[in-house]
Design a protein around this ligand. Structure first.
Ligand SMILES: O=c1ccn([C@@H]2O[C@H](COP(=O)(O)O)[C@@H](O)[C@H]2O)c(=O)[nH]1
Length: 237
């Protein structure tokens, strides 16, 4: 399994969000020397599938963010189908429940020591308190993140995806054991876009994030490698 990062640069996971495989290759090649892993999500996977994963894995560990969410049997099958691609990290949706996460863990164990880190997505970082309430969930984002975190960790998830605004509360409740991967990161002065629960890279790491996921502030910069380096340099040692 991918080990916890030990240097500031290794904490950074740029999100390679593009449907253009050629652009993805350019970004991955430029950013690989400045990060701990590269995130490949739905946009690129829908466009280029397993080929994109193999191409990215040739330059850096791959955080495959597909947010699997289905009945346990189907998610276990999806995990088995993904294992030959050797993703370093893989996301499941925490709202899929304990049986789904347990089935995913059992399927992932087939890869032995090389299995991917299994991360449960809690409450998407684009969702604010009002949007969460509109889905019928009682309590605010922090309460729901802690509820889903307990369920996921008890069911066999290695860690969680949460916003920087819940990191300290998760550390208080669950200690150092869960691996925390944190999107919703915005360097000072950068546009929030559709992200609702945000913090700066340094704030997220100071709160206890293991990895930070940064997409547009890096990939939309004139020099993505320089933007990644600047973020790494802003992090506590
Ligand atoms: O709750 C979540 C889960 C995943 N993401 C992903 O992270 C990146 C963030 O990109 P930005 O451009 O920095 O906003 C993106 O790939 C999301 O799919 C998330 O933002 N929030």
């Amino acid at each position: 399994m991918l080990a916890r990062p030990t240097t500031p640069a290794a904490r950074l996971i740029p999100a390679i969000d593009t449907g253009d495989p050629a652009r993805a290759k350019v970004l991955a090649t430029a950013l690989a020397p400045h990060c701990g892993a590269l995130k490949l999500g739905l946009e690129l996977f829908m466009a280029d599938g397993p080929h994109a994963v193999r191409a990215m894995a040739a330059v850096a560990p791959v955080f495959l963010d597909l947010k699997l969410h289905d009945i346990p049997n189907t998610v276990a099958g999806a995990v088995r189908s993904l294992l030959p691609l050797k993703p370093a990290m893989l996301t499941l949706h925490g709202a899929g429940g304990g049986a789904m996460i347990g089935a995913a863990r059992e399927a992932a164990e087939k890869a032995g020591a090389a299995r991917p880190v299994l991360l449960a997505v809690t409450v998407l970082t684009s969702i604010d308190a009002a949007a969460l309430a509109a889905t019928g969930v009682a309590g605010g984002p922090v309460q729901q993140v802690l509820r889903l975190a307990r369920l996921a960790l008890d069911a066999g998830a290695d860690g969680l995806v949460c916003s920087p605004q819940e990191v300290a509360r998760i550390r208080d409740a669950f200690g150092e054991r869960p691996l925390l991967v944190v999107p919703g990161i915005r360097p000072a002065g950068s546009a929030a876009g559709d992200q609702a629960r945000t913090a700066t890279p340094a704030e997220a790491v100071a709160a206890g994030a293991d990895w930070i996921v940064v997409g547009r502030p890096v990939t939309g910069a004139a020099d993505p490698a320089a933007a990644a380096q600047a973020i790494a340099e802003s992090l506590p040692a």
